[in-house]
Design a protein around this ligand. Structure first.
Ligand code: C5P
Length: 301
């Protein structure tokens, strides 16, 4: 029995793809992927309050997040996640969802997917469902390709359409993994994910060394090796078709980042910093004209 008025707060983390290999087009129209995904310390805050039956959602935003980019509530992934949980588990209770957004919308940082994943995990607790993680990941895959990785959490290897996810260090967790500091910049424009995938023309060849090199640089916290191993198969198509995105990549490079990469299908770009002080220096060089934030990758497990 769920008590109305119970409250749960979740910090839903943005993600970056340190590698994103596009292995080919699938018969179902999606693309076969292989990607190392890591959550970062930029979060949306989700507050869930149990109600007797109704589900409703409100959203507030931090400066720099464009509220006009948020679509209708019934199309919102977080709201749909709540409906899906209600239907899948025949829950009589409802939930009031409030999301305070800091993650840029449509920015390739998985903000919408992170919110959906947060709602799934939060409602599992709030409604005392106690479902296994694998089952919640399968449910998440119904909402979007990035959702299972964010339900899982930590550094993951994502394959297939995005639905095959496992912890990157499941077999052998690193004893000490300091993670990386990085500066994320967003040009304030949106890249349409279907459009970006449509414009992908192959070309950038993927290979086993991409995955191997990135996994070992995360394991050893070697940021220079990670900078060398960055890979995003969607990047050429995005830089060609969205010059505003290519321009912020140049700005990050000129500000001294060790390596710069398009995040997911864009429009955000991130640059690796040597350490926190270096990240702050990069931020100062970028100035106030470009939205940017200094973040850290989250623990790998
Ligand atoms: O699954 P999701 O709704 O996030 O995907 C958005 C769009 O991105 C899809 O409609 C598809 O055009 C493209 N996509 C793809 N292959 C993937 C993931 C996404 O082609 N593996």
């Amino acid at each position: 029995m769920v008590r109305a008025g119970s409250v749960i707060t979740i910090e839903a983390r943005a993600k970056i793809n340190l590698t994103l290999e596009i292995l080919g087009k699938r018969p179902d129209g999606y693309h076969e992927l292989r990607s190392i995904v890591m959550p970062v310390s930029l979060t949306d805050t989700i507050t869930l309050t149990s109600t007797y039956a109704q589900t409703a959602m409100t959203i507030t935003v931090s400066p720099g997040v464009d509220l006009t980019k948020i679509g209708a509530v019934d199309k919102n992934l977080a709201f749909r996640a709540a409906r899906l949980m209600q239907e899948s588990y025949r829950v009589n209770a409802g939930a009031r969802i409030h999301i305070h957004k800091r993650i840029p919308i449509g920015g390739g940082l998985g903000g919408g997917s992170a919110d959906a994943a947060g709602v799934i995990m939060g409602l599992d607790k709030l409604w005392q469902l106690h479902r296994p993680l694998e089952e919640l990941m399968v449910l998440g895959a119904e909402l979007g390709s990035d959702v299972p990785a964010l339900v899982h959490g930590g550094a993951v290897l994502m394959e297939g359409r995005g639905e095959r996810v496992r912890g990157l260090f499941d077999d052998d967790a690193p004893t000490l993994c300091e993670g990386f500091w990085l500066v994320i910049a967003n040009p304030g424009l949106m890249c349409s994910t279907p459009d970006v995938f449509k414009k992908w023309r192959g070309g950038l060849t993927a290979g086993p060394s991409i995955l191997h090199n990135m996994a070992s640089s995360i394991r050893t916290s070697d940021v220079s090796a990670a900078a060398e191993a960055l890979h995003n198969g969607l990047q050429p198509a995005v830089y060609e078709n969205y010059p505003g995105v290519a321009q912020i990549a140049t700005q990050l490079q000129e500000a001294g980042c060790l390596g710069v990469l398009l995040s997911g299908s864009g429009a955000s770009v991130f640059g690796l910093a040597r350490d926190e002080a270096h990240g702050q220096e990069i931020g100062r060089k970028l100035g106030s004209g470009l939205w940017h934030v200094l973040v850290r990758t989250c623990p790998v497990v």
